[in-house]
Each structure stands twice: as C-alpha cells, then as structure tokens.
Design a protein around this ligand. Structure first.
Ligand code: AMP
Length: 226
C-alpha cells in the first residue's frame, strides 16, 4: 500500500481508549507493512525500563491522565528518527493534544512527509468501558484479545503464536478507563475539527466486529492510494 503512495504514508488513528486503535493498527501493520507507532507502547516500555521519562510518566498513566507533551514528543521524535518508518507509519494514540498535533505537523514538514489521513474511530462511551475492562494481550507476540468479544480459541493459548502467557494493562480497569475517557473528550476530541479543517479527516464507525472495521479501514486506505 504505502509503496504506491509517493511519500511514506502517515496515518493517524484517532479515537477514545477502547475504540480499537491498537488492534486495527496491528492489523494494518501485518497487512500493508506500515509501522505501528503507539506512544502508549513506547511509554509503557519506558516505564518498564525505568528511564527518567518512564518514571515521570508512570503515575500519570496509572491515573488515566495525559503524560506531558514534552515527554511524549521526545519519545516520539526518537522513534520517528529510525529508518523503518519510511515504510509508512500508523500513529496509534498520537497526537492527543493540540500541542502534539502542532509539533507533529512541524516534524513531518521537516522530513518532507505529510499526513495522509486522520481516521477517527467512533464508538459509544459505554461500549468503550466494556471493551477496555475486558481486554488482554499475549505476553509473547502482543496479539490483543477480549474476554467476551475476542476470546482465545483454545483456553490459555495464543491463537497467533501459541504463547501461553497473557497480560492485562494496569490502567485497563473501569475507574481508570473513565478518567482516560474524560481526558480524551477534553484534550483529544477537539483534534477531529483540526484534521477536518486540514482536509484529511476520515470518520469510521468502530462499533461491530473487528474484521468489519478492518474492512472499512482498508477501503479508506485503498481510496487514498488511488
Ligand atoms: P494508550 O496505550 O494509547 O491507551 O495510552 C496509555 C496511556 O499512556 C494513556 O492513558 C496516557 O496516560 C499515556 N499516553 C499515551 N499516548 C499519549 C500521548 N500521545 N499523550 C499523552 N499521554 C499519552
């Protein structure tokens, strides 16, 4: 997909926690070779490595707030400096604030890239809490599951890699999910208007089966490539 675009594709996935950004970004990565770039994953890695940025971010993440733009931008810029992103990048969970959106525009302009699409995944707030509270991932390959909506086929075994260890994020509980949803509405939802104005906004109904939503996303990306 991204090879048929003239410059590397930069696709932003916008949406509240639980909208399926991570799941869909991983599927796009597998299907089209895009690089999934999740600031949440990068921050979790910094937390587990105990870096100064990770130590500063940890309490905010546990409370469901937003980590400062300074920390997030530093982490993102380091990742964007790596050559693999020339394959095209799916930004999952970034930008989340006006300051981050402005910084991204500057960063992309400096490297001759631009936003191909900002895809807003829309879900009901109530459904989002249920999605977040039931999700878990394979500890080995990172494949995402949900207790009721996407259980593993064989109990205790990852469908994708056969791994037998799973993990749940500490912030995937109903209380923290509500705080994350508030942060989304206060800081991130206004970016929808920003990208509409820039002429790159695409809105996708993200309720329904994962495969159907992936299909809708694929159609949007195909349209962009032609
Ligand atoms: P996520 O994995 O995208 O759900 O992010 C998990 C947590 O990491 C969020 O609740 C925030 O505390 C933090 N986080 C991730 N990305 C950002 C970002 N772009 N700006 C600020 N905080 C972020």
């Amino acid at each position: 997909m991204s090879e048929v675009m003239t410059t590397p594709a930069v696709v932003i996935l916008l949406g509240p926690p639980g909208a399926g950004k991570g799941t869909q970004a991983r599927m796009l990565q597998d299907r089209y070779g895009f690089v999934q770039l999740s600031t949440g994953d990068l921050l979790r890695a910094a937390v587990s490595q105990g870096t100064p940025a990770g130590l500063a971010a940890m309490a905010v993440m546990e409370a469901g707030g937003l980590v400062s733009d300074k920390i997030v931008l530093e982490i993102l810029e380091n990742r964007m400096a790596q050559p693999d992103i020339r394959a095209g990048v799916i930004l999952d969970g970034f930008p989340r604030t006006d300051g981050q959106a402005t910084a991204l525009d500057g960063l992309l302009a400096a490297s001759g890239m631009k936003i191909s699409a900002a895809i807003s995944l829309t879900v009901d707030d109530a459904a989002m809490i249920d999605r977040v509270a039931g999700r878990f991932t394979c500890a080995e390959c990172g494949e995402g599951y949900h207790d009721t909506h996407k259980p593993v086929a064989v109990p205790g075994t990852c469908d994708k890699c056969g791994g037998r260890a799973f993990k749940r994020r500490p912030d995937d509980n109903a209380d923290t999910a509500r705080a994350r949803l508030l942060a989304y509405h206060a800081e991130t939802a206004p970016l929808i208007a920003h990208y509409r104005k820039a002429g790159v906004l695409q809105e996708i109904d993200a309720m329904g089966p994962i495969a159907e939503i992936a299909e809708r996303l694929g159609e949007v990306l195909q349209r962009l490539a032609t």
